[in-house]
Design a protein around this ligand. Structure first.
Ligand SMILES: [Zn+2]
Length: 76
């Protein structure tokens, strides 16, 4: 069984640097949580981030490094 993964990008705002605005990976929760925790460890409060339908922009390097398996096509 594979757990769905959400692609989340933080909205810009005070204290949100461009580095944190990469596309973070979040395991889809079973129920609506108080906040989401990305694989890199950052906490994402409701209303501070956008869900992306597909990968676009810079991925969060830490999230990718902690991915349990390759999730991006390698292009062969
Ligand atoms: Zn991340």
């Amino acid at each position: 069984m594979t757990q769905p993964v959400l692609l989340v990008r933080l909205r810009s705002g005070p204290g949100i640097g461009e580095r944190r605005r990469g596309v973070h990976l979040v395991s889809a929760p079973d129920s609506v949580p108080e906040h989401l925790t990305a694989w890199c460890g950052i906490k994402i409060a409701p209303g501070t981030a956008d869900l992306l339908p597909e990968f676009s922009g810079m991925p969060c390097e830490l999230c990718l490094a902690r991915a349990p398996r390759p999730i991006l096509p390698t292009g062969g």
